[in-house]
Design a protein around this ligand. Structure first.
Ligand code: MN
Length: 131
């Protein structure tokens, strides 16, 4: 079975590019355009990883991460924020909200999959190192 990645992203261009790259590398992509839909779909499809835009309508990415983390079914699932906020405080806020890590926008098509896979491997090879 192909690994499933849930992409929560409201920008059509980013959603298209992310989906295109991931599908080309053999991943199954499930798309959500806002946080409520993303949270609902996450519970249904049990993705292997979630890519989460931080700037979203309705709920922002921080609220979505917290909602995702409140679902015990998603306990081992990495949540990777995709954000153009590169400031230190935001990084801490992203992690505090329950994300595993983050990838900076604009995404680099040449390195994007490797960046995603870093988080997939971290979590499938055991969570012992996690503080
Ligand atoms: Mn956005």
């Amino acid at each position: 079975m192909r690994p499933k990645i849930l992409v929560i992203e409201d920008n059509e261009q980013n959603l298209y590019l992310t989906t295109f790259i991931l599908e080309k590398h053999g991943y199954e992509v499930i798309q959500a355009r806002e946080g409520g839909e993303g949270t609902r779909l996450a519970g249904q499809v049990e993705p292997d990883l979630i890519l989460l835009d931080i700037q979203l309508p309705e709920m922002d990415g921080y609220a979505v991460a917290q909602a995702l983390r409140s679902n015990p079914a998603l306990d081992g699932v990495p949540i990777v924020a995709v954000t153009s906020y590169a400031m230190v405080g935001d990084r801490e806020r992203i992690l505090a909200a329950g994300c595993t890590g983050y990838i900076e926008k604009p995404i680099n098509p040449d390195t994007f999959v490797a960046q995603v896979e870093e988080h997939l491997l971290d979590c499938t090879s055991g969570r012992g190192g996690e503080a």
